[in-house]
Design a protein around this ligand. Structure first.
Ligand code: GLA
Length: 387
């Protein structure tokens, strides 16, 4: 990949002297979905796929962006003097948003940049291609301009730019997983205070399989933002009867005691998901530490049911993938992963069952949905780096 982006850089800019190549990973979340903006726990891991960027400083204040994934757009130009979002800027709104967020923290770039990018995360798959782009941008700014930021800062800056420049009210999970990834480890993150712990993911005799539904329903961002506001409203209602900072502060029992304060049936279900999912995540990590993979899988399955019925962020295609996965012998657990409304499922599958899993789930998906699913047996990789 490094050679490919360098070659493209040379092709577009005449030479590739002094060009650096950077990488930041995508992520898959094992459990803890839609808890990260509710002060709950998440348990994602960084992947070995992600975004590669070849970058070199310019002598003027111009910015040029080129994506090998969107070649039809050609070189998209920008300027350090105009860091504002626009429709025409397309995908470059992500790196520009990060530059804007750095500038807002008094880390101003003193010259422009040429960027050539290639990402090997399938687009719209819910494996955080945008977070990896934000993190790789932050990482290269730090490296090229000498900005003093930690990887946790890169996660915060990435989320801030996505919220405030790109209008997606996401939590911090994706950026945190990309910025703080560690090979063969998942990250047990408490989003209430950003304390975290690495958990070695030794799935003796099993692997993580990501299945791409190859569907992405429209209005994902608006539906996501709507869920977030519903949770915020439910929190406000609960705060009239109990002293909490986030839904993640409640146990299931406390929630059942106080849920009467929530004035709408829909919001009760949204909040219930957030509370129960957080507790499931804590339990799942504990189960993993005790080598109880069966329990981990059961909690993944319960997570799916809750996301489907109470949180309503699944969709028909994803439900088919999960239901079919549950039928296959050797599947320890399977659920939707990421923001929802399409994208991917994550399953833990015993080694000897992986071939049958792909064949059976793939065939049933084609038959029931009329589409092809893609399967990736994933590896857990490290955070960002200069290659
Ligand atoms: C998206 C968001 C994350 C998180 C997940 C759901 O990936 O970017 O912050 O909320 O959805 O768990």
């Amino acid at each position: 990949m490094k050679a490919e982006v360098l070659k493209k850089f040379e092709e577009l800019h005449g030479d590739a002297q002094g060009v650096n190549v950077y990488f930041a990973p995508g992520r898959v979340n094992l459990i803890g979905e839609h808890t990260d903006y509710n002060g709950g726990h998440v348990f994602p891991c960084a992947l070995t796929i992600g975004t590669y960027v070849a970058a070199r400083k310019r002598t003027d204040r111009k910015l040029t962006f080129y994506s090998m994934n969107f070649e039809r757009l050609g070189i998209v130009e920008g300027s350090l003097d105009d860091l504002t979002p626009s429709k025409e800027a397309d995908w470059t709104n992500y790196p520009k948003g990060v530059m804007w967020a750095f500038a807002g923290r008094d880390m101003k770039m003193d010259c422009g940049l040429d960027i050539v990018l290639y990402g090997n995360i399938p687009n719209g798959s819910g494996l955080s291609s945008s977070a990896s782009l934000e993190v790789v941008t932050g990482y290269l700014l730090k490296d090229l301009y000498g900005f003093d930021v930690t990887n946790v800062d890169l996660a915060k800056i990435g989320q801030y730019s996505e919220n405030n420049f790109n209008g997606m009210n996401c939590g911090i999970m994706d950026q945190f997983a990309s910025a703080m990834g560690k090979k063969d480890n998942a990250i047990f993150l408490d989003t209430a205070d950003l304390s975290y712990e690495y958990a070695p993911l030794v799935l003796q005799g099993a692997k993580i399989v990501v299945t791409n539904s190859n569907v992405k329903h429209s209005l994902v961002n608006s539906a996501y933002n709507e869920r977030r506001s519903e949770c915020e409203k439910a929190l406000e209602e609960l705060q009239t009867v109990v002293d909490i900072k986030g839904l993640g502060d409640l146990t299931e029992e406390q929630f059942e005691t106080h849920k009467g304060a929530i004035q709408s049936e829909v919001r009760v279900r949204r909040a219930k998901h957030a509370v129960y999912e957080n507790q499931r995540t804590i339990r799942a990590v504990d189960a993993l530490k005790k080598n109880n993979l069966e329990l981990f899988g059961e909690l993944m399955n319960a997570s799916h049911v809750s996301l489907r019925d109470d949180y309503e962020v699944s969709c028909e295609e994803i439900d088919v993938l999960v239901e079919e996965a549950w039928k296959v012998d050797g599947v320890i657990g399977s659920r939707i992963t990421g923001g929802g409304f399409g994208g991917c499922t994550v399953s833990i599958v015993r080694d000897e069952a992986i071939a049958a899993f792909q064949a059976k789930v793939g065939a049933a998906y084609e038959e029931r949905v009329g589409k092809k699913a893609d399967f990736y047996v994933v590896e857990i990789g490290d955070g960002p780096s200069r290659l």
